[in-house]
Design a protein around this ligand. Structure first.
Ligand SMILES: [Zn+2]
Length: 175
């Protein structure tokens, strides 16, 4: 289910960012109400991710696809959603979307295109940059990517454990 799209409930902004980094089309705003979220899900064929039991129940009644997240920790949340939505946990900057706005990123090796928006040190150290086609923010695989990859690897390991744990439960999305 790699073409799966999400709409993430308020309060789960960190999860929205991680899903975008993993390349999943993810709509998020911190001021959507329940009705808006259900509408976005139904109109755009998106899976709702929420921590709110009442939204979960409303969404199911409206026949929207919905995942109820119970984990607190970021790593656990990623693993839980991956297992329940049956998606892969992996990260490839070539496939990432803009963590800020969900825009598609354009890869470039042309430093002239990004020189005004990247600190000189990064401009000198890196050859590949990613420009958000929507908000124009520029990204590169800087030092923090070590942490990103580490967290993704941890979440992946955790997801293996969760798979067994959630197997018998009814809240997996239908295949
Ligand atoms: Zn953007």
């Amino acid at each position: 289910m790699e073409n799966i799209k999400f709409v993430v409930d308020t309060m789960l902004g960190d999860l929205a960012r991680w899903l975008r980094i993993m390349g999943y089309d993810t709509v998020y705003s911190d001021n959507y109400n329940d009705k808006q979220i259900i509408e976005i899900a139904l109109l755009g064929d998106r899976v709702i991710i929420t921590r709110d039991k009442s939204l979960y129940i409303k969404a199911r009644k409206a026949l929207a696809k919905v995942i109820l997240v119970e984990s607190i920790d970021t790593r656990e949340k990623i693993a839980e959603v991956a297992v329940k939505a049956k998606i892969n946990i992996s990260v490839d900057p070539d496939k990432s979307r803009c963590p800020e706005c969900n825009g598609v990123l354009e890869k470039t090796n042309d430093k002239n295109r990004v020189k005004d928006r990247v600190p000189p040190q990064a401009l000198a150290s890196y050859n590949t940059f990613y420009i958000c086609t929507k908000c124009s923010k520029v990204y590169w695989e800087g030092g923090h990517w070590i942490n990103i990859r580490r967290l993704i690897e941890n979440a992946k390991e955790l997801a293996k454990e969760y798979k067994t744990m959630y197997k018998r439960r009814a809240d997996l999305l239908p295949a």
